[in-house]
Design a protein around this ligand. Structure first.
Ligand code: ATP
Ligand code: MG
Length: 407
């Protein structure tokens, strides 16, 4: 089979493939870009596999970045684009169930495909679009089947992350996991505690964001995966997944923060537990903050309409994210968030005409203190809520009033 590779990502990689070939090496497009092209779906990145060894790749390209040379992966930078190039390899034993004890570079594409996880991921194109399919990947694409390359038990024992990858591809592609592969998954979840939580997080997030998540959500529980992930063991995962599906209401989740908000909301975590939980999942501080805001916003929306202060304080982007998913429930309440936002008298502190320094002068102080901070907050709140004009005179009067009140 031959396919025209007209996606700009393939086109732009042609010079790299040609350069490798002109030095006598083989080079192929592999992995997701091949699979997705054959499915008629857009591709988002490309992976290249080659017979050239890492040092040989370095020798023929001007700019390269070593991101795992011992495993055979080098980034080639051309026209400011990064191309990930991996040397054909086989993998040794996985005595720690995580990393192969050694990788052996090989000169042959077929051997390289033997180490890949699923048949649909073991397909390759050469630069002219000629397809190489050593494991009936095309047949499985047609069957919509996720099938391990070779013996499933061996493949999942080598690297248990593949277990989570299987359910993520089900959710991403809408494919069924082939029965033998599924049986191995159900029996080998016990190996998951050996896998770094960060790697599991990446796959789990892709599972949540899959266009077919709704259909495959309960795979996380039914495959027995969740009971072997320490961070989920004691939690009501089934209920959380049901909550996610119910709340997303047939529209796929398109944002990572929204996915983790829905999941943790469904798990029923309170705020301190939520923060700890997300931290244990190795999410960044920024991510944790934004998910926490989504929780707060959601609780507000259940209670009352949004105020000026809400749309000022919380990122409007997060409010609108909830809007897309919660529309039927909260339409009336959220509907005017953007309008409220546009009509705010100020959008940040800097736009307030009186700043901290002005306030110190006004109060005859040389140094700030808690009271000054509090007054500034009161001014900010009153202006945002349209209770006070953003005007020096008005603010001055407001401050005097506050001081009198406090006496
Ligand atoms: P995506 O569209 O999410 O990028 P992908 O199939 O390209 O999907 P990657 O994680 O980018 O997935 O991996 C690229 C390829 O490397 C896979 O298609 C697969 O052939 C191989 N691969 C990745 N991780 C593993 C693994 N843990 N075990 C075996 N092969 C793997
Ligand atoms: Mg990929």
């Amino acid at each position: 089979m031959k396919i025209v590779l007209n996606d700009p990502l393939f086109v732009s990689a042609q010079p790299i493939m040609q350069r490798l070939e002109s030095h006598g090496y083989e080079a192929y497009f592999v992995g997701g870009c091949v699979r997705d092209t054959l499915l008629g779906q857009p591709i988002h990145d490309i992976d290249i596999a080659t017979s050239a060894r890492p040092e040989e790749i370095e020798a023929i390209f001007h700019l390269t970045i070593d991101i795992g040379k011992e495993h055979g992966t080098i980034i080639v930078v051309e026209n400011r684009t990064h191309y990930e190039i991996t040397t054909f390899r086989t993998e040794g034993n996985y005595s720690d169930f995580r990393h192969p004890d050694y990788v052996d570079f090989v000169r042959d594409l077929r051997e390289d495909t033997l180490r890949r996880d699923f048949t649909i991921n073991a397909l390759a194109f050469d630069r002219k679009g000629q397809l190489y399919d050593y494991h009936q990947g095309i047949s499985d694409l047609k069957l919509k089947a996720i099938r391990a390359v070779g013996v499933p038990y061996e493949r999942f024992t080598e690297d248990a992350l593949r277990i989570v990858r299987a359910i993520r591809f089900a959710s991403q592609l809408g494919f069924e996991i082939e029965p033998n592969t599924y049986e191995a998954i159900q029996n080998l979840g016990v190996l998951l505690p050996k896998i770094a939580i960060e790697r599991i997080r990446v796959e789990l997030t892709k599972f949540f964001l899959g266009p077919y998540f709704e259909q495959y959500a309960q795979l996380l529980v039914n495959s027995k995966i969740s009971r072997h992930i320490g961070l989920l063991k004691e939690l009501p995962v089934k209920e959380a997944l049901d909550f996610m599906v119910k709340t997303m209401n047939h529209c796929p989740i398109e944002d990572e923060r929204l996915a983790w908000f829905l999941f943790t909301k469904g798990l029923g975590l309170d705020e301190p537990t939520l923060r700890l939980f997300l931290r244990q999942w190795t999410h960044s501080n920024q991510f944790i903050q934004e998910v926490t805001w989504l929780h707060q916003l959601y609780d507000i929306l259940l209670e009352r309409p949004l105020t000026n202060w809400d749309v000022y304080y919380y990122p409007i982007e997060l409010i609108e994210m909830l809007e897309t998913i919660l529309k039927p429930q909260f339409q009336q309440i959220i509907g005017n968030a953007r309008l409220l936002y546009q009509q705010l008298p100020v959008h940040n502190k800097k736009q307030i005409v009186t700043n901290g320094k002005d306030l110190l002068t006004l109060l005859g102080l040389t140094k700030g203190n808690a009271q000054v901070g509090q007054l500034l907050q009161q001014v900010e709140f009153a202006i945002v809520m349209n209770e006070l004009a953003n005007d020096r005179k008005a603010i001055e009067a407001f401050i005097h009033q506050q001081l009198i009140k406090e006496r």
